[in-house]
Design a protein around this ligand. Structure first.
Ligand code: ARG
Ligand code: ZN
Length: 849
């Protein structure tokens, strides 16, 4: 017999909660398998409610007893929660339940990680801790008492009192249950403090397992910078006397913004020069900022329901990207963000998992913590700011914080503050939140008697459940260059609102070269017929760093497409233009390193698919290899010159200048390795005193097929460090030849250090397989089989991570019939697994289509 299929829930069915919570008192008696949770909750009927039904969410709880206003009750229990008759007036509900954190491998609710207790409640994990209206529009003031032998016991807010074996916490700010947190264990703190601009003294701690104290200093600096930045740029101050961050090893996502007690995946906070790369440091700075910024955008103002997730995530990602732009190089940050957006969000938008930034239905909300909600959600904020201007954006945000502080809000509330501040009608803009899919923006041009005209046409392909797409408002930042490379028109923002629209510019002496969509002013795919010569011209002359990079990227991509489709050789225009760019010492090394990057295999597969060519992953990989070889040959002297010139000799610092120099040096090393077989890479590996240089050396050796000795040495050196060993698992797979990728990944899943219990390790191994298209899509089907086998094994332990990783299959419709057949068989095999989680069932069903 089959279980009844889980039903989707719809945004249009939203109703206000029947009862509101004033105060919550929780007592935890910690024990690994029998933790008691005793709750006392003050409820009152919600005057705005449409129903009087009293229902509390609760899953996998053992109910010991329940009372209403002191009298024992026998509530009706279901798999989803509890129902009871209650007075038509304020009342107190009490319950005592038992949970088993020691066996909680799903890492949702209260669980144990390396002997320490921790929680993850977003989105719907609190219901696995006790009975509660587990929805973000119910906000209460929490007091928490923790009893247990653990030396450190933390919860949200401020410490009230503590004694031997107990600690009590109080959070004065009303919050939804998803922001609740508890941590207990043998922890040590790296401490500091911050004084807010109005003079509040805030104690700051990063709590880690003993032995990791030396890896907190960078995260602490990032936290202080974030606190200062939010005061200066958004006028937002911190609102408690204490801010705690805890690092845990077993965590499904990056980090979590629980009020006053952020919980982090240890990979998103721990770093030292010896164990973390420049990229790791930058990511840590961004995630610390992101979680801190949630204190205002997420916590003080939260979401009414989970359909509004982008309200807090899109805005907070936008804020953390502004922060990184201010701390580091703004163009480099923008280029990196767009690379990531195209690789993850455009991919999602083009496949069976496409959904609006604000979805209108879901089965499992955890499946919607996506690149669309987060990264495209952030792009929408950027567009809004571009449309209304910086000053109006700031006024709208001030109004948002003023008007909605303490509330649970919607996208309508968010857009209304912009309408009220600017008088603008944002009805059309709202389509960006409601319609899925990436618009294609086609451009043609005309030049006649000094007048230059651009004709734009927008069109968005259908996505699941949305056949017809409406025209959106698209801000198009445009500049014009003259034939000698000078800018003849500075950047201005065109506002396209129709399906087809033209814009003219007159008084031009000669036909200009347009620089369209500067700084990537809208998340669209620009389609324009142009020549290699014009792309090379823009790579050399564009004053907009993003479009300068984009020109080089397009040149490389077009050349690769010709190599794959027509068997062309490497494009000499590209080789020449990229060499000039690389040698231009007036350009930031970090920019040059990015511009030496090539389009990814997956990006090329999508591009080929769009032009009606069935992508062959092996052929794509071979074309990239040929281009890299050709480039290494023509640029040999240049690469050696860059390698010598940009060596960092100063003491290691993970700052943007040093990191940029190392990125360029390592891009040069990759080219040199194609000529010298790895001598230079081995020397760098042997001499490295930081992880960036060590890992780059080893990666080059793996690429060259001469990495065995380093692979062994690396393991011997780092076997005690989980985060470094994750890199050891990944890189062997990522740099394998396609023939070997799945075999190496399979071998690593049998390594004694492989475990299904740690999401980082699972992602390091199977995520690396999925991110290596030629190996993953190997014609034998062995890549697909291995991933499906492992997903089937992981699902009973950790549905959330399993479901997320199913997206490796989302591109399957691009490929040939044989590959599609192989993938369909694996998807069906997963679906046929008895007891498959709702998370994974939803994902596989959507992918299968
Ligand atoms: N709110 C967190 C963040 O973006 C993400 C937590 C999501 N967790 C989950 N299980 N869906 O910072
Ligand atoms: Zn977030």
């Amino acid at each position: 017999m089959k279980d009844a299929a889980p039903q989707p829930i719809y945004l249009r069915d939203y109703t206000p909660p029947a009862y509101l919570v004033d105060r919550v008192h929780l007592t935890f008696r910690l024990a690994p398998h029998t933790t008691r949770v005793i709750s006392r909750i003050a409820f009152r009927p919600n005057p705005a409610a449409t129903s009087r039904e009293f229902f509390l969410h609760g899953e996998a709880l053992r109910l010991i007893r329940a009372r209403i206003d002191g009298a024992e009750i026998t509530p009706e229990l279901t798999a989803e929660g509890l129902r009871a008759d209650v007075p038509d007036a304020p009342f107190t509900f009490e319950a005592e339940v038992e949970v088993d954190p020691g066996n909680n491998t799903a890492l949702e609710g209260l669980y144990m990680s390396n002997g320490m207790y921790c929680t993850q409640c977003e989105a719907e994990g609190f219901r696995k801790i006790t009975y509660y209206p587990d929805r973000p529009d119910v906000m209460g003031v929490f007091t928490v008492r923790i009893e247990g032998p653990e030396p450190v016991m933390l919860s949200n807010g401020n410490p009230v009192a503590q004694g031997a074996g107990w600690a009590e916490w109080h959070d004065p700010w009303p919050k939804p249950a998803y922001l609740f947190a508890l941590v207990a264990g043998d922890l040590v703190a790296h401490s500091d403090s911050f004084t807010t601009r109005s003079g509040r003294h805030v104690d700051l701690n990063i709590w880690v397992r003993p032995g990791d104290e030396g890896k907190c200093a960078f995260g602490m600096e990032a936290l202080k910078k974030s606190m200062k930045w939010d005061e200066e740029v958004y006028g937002r101050e911190y609102d408690l006397d204490l801010f705690n961050i805890v690092a845990v090893d077993d965590f499904n996502m990056g980090a979590m913004e629980n009020k006053g007690l952020n919980i982090f995946n240890s990979s998103a906070v721990l770093a030292s020069p010896e164990t973390a790369t420049d990229a790791n440091f930058e990511r840590i700075e961004a995630i610390i900022a992101h979680e801190y910024f949630h204190n205002w955008t997420g916590n003080r103002i939260t979401c009414r329901d989970w359909f509004q997730l982008c309200l807090k995530e899109g805005l907070t990602v936008y804020r953390d990207s502004e922060f990184t732009s201010d701390m580091r190089s703004s163009p480099v940050k923008r280029i990196s963000d767009v690379i990531d957006l195209r690789a993850r969000q455009f991919r999602e938008d083009q496949g069976p998992l496409a959904h609006p930034v604000r979805p209108d239905s879901f089965i499992e909300i955890n499946n919607f913590y996506t690149a669309t909600v987060y990264e495209k959600g952030a792009e929408l904020i950027g567009m809004l700011k571009r449309l209304v201007g910086d000053a109006a954006y700031r006024r709208a945000l001030d109004l948002y914080f003023d008007r909605h502080d303490g509330q649970a809000c919607t996208i309508e509330d968010w857009l209304r503050v912009f309408e009220d501040v600017t008088g603008r009608d944002l009805t059309q803009f709202k389509r960006w939140y409601e319609d899925a899919g990436t618009p294609r923006l086609r451009v043609t041009e005309e030049f006649d008697g000094g007048t230059y005209t651009l004709h734009f046409e927008q069109q968005t392909p259908p996505t699941p459940g949305q056949e017809k797409k409406r025209a959106r408002v698209i801000p198009i930042a445009l500049g014009l260059l003259g034939p000698n490379g000078d800018e003849v028109m500075e950047t201005r923002v065109l506002e396209m609102t129709e399906a087809r629209q033209s814009f003219s510019f007159d008084g031009l002496a000669a036909r200009p070269v347009p620089s369209i969509l500067r700084n990537f002013s809208a998340p669209v795919i620009l389609q324009r017929e142009t020549t290699n010569a014009e792309r090379a011209f823009l790579l050399a002359h564009d004053t907009d760093p993003f479009n300068k990079w984009e020109a080089g990227r397009a040149l490389a991509r077009d050349g690769l497409i010709a190599m794959i489709r027509e068997g062309a050789g490497p494009d000499p225009t590209y080789l020449d233009a990229v060499q000039r760019m690389a040698r231009d010492e007036g350009l930031d090394p970090a920019f040059r390193a990015l511009a030496l990057g090539l389009p990814g295999e997956d990006d090329l597969a999508q591009t080929l698919f769009e032009v009606g060519h069935t992508p062959d992953p092996q052929a794509i990989w071979e074309a990239l290899e040929r281009l890299r070889d050709a480039r290494a040959a023509t640029m040999e002297e240049t690469a050696r010159g860059l390698y010598a010139r940009h060596q960092v000799t100063a003491h290691y610092r993970p700052d943007p200048d040093q990191a940029g120099a190392r990125a360029l040096v390592n891009a040069a090393l990759a080219m040199i390795t194609r000529r010298d077989g790895g001598a230079m890479a081995q020397a760098q590996y042997d001499a490295a005193d930081n992880m960036t240089q060590q890992l780059a050396g080893w990666s080059c050796l793996l690429q060259a097929g001469t990495g065995d000795r380093a692979t062994e040495a690396f393991y011997a050196q780092w076997k005690h460090d989980r985060l470094v060993i994750d890199k050891w698992f990944s890189l062997q797979i990522i740099h394998a030849a396609p023939e070997e990728t799945a075999r190496i990944a399979a071998r690593l899943t049998k390594h004694p250090d492989f475990t299904l219990r740690n999401p980082n390790r699972f992602r390091a191994t199977l995520g690396a397989l999925a991110m290596s298209p030629a190996g993953f899509h190997h014609a034998s089907g062995r890549g697909y089989r291995l991933l499906a086998d492992m997903l089937i094994r992981l699902d009973p332990l950790n549905p959330q991570t399993t479901a997320r990783m199913c997206s490796a299959f989302e591109t399957w419709r691009r490929y040939d019939d044989v590959r599609q057949g192989l993938i369909a068989a694996e998807l069906d095999r997963i679906l046929a697994t008895p007891g498959l989680s709702r998370d994974t069932t939803e994902m596989v069903n959507r992918i299968r289509g």
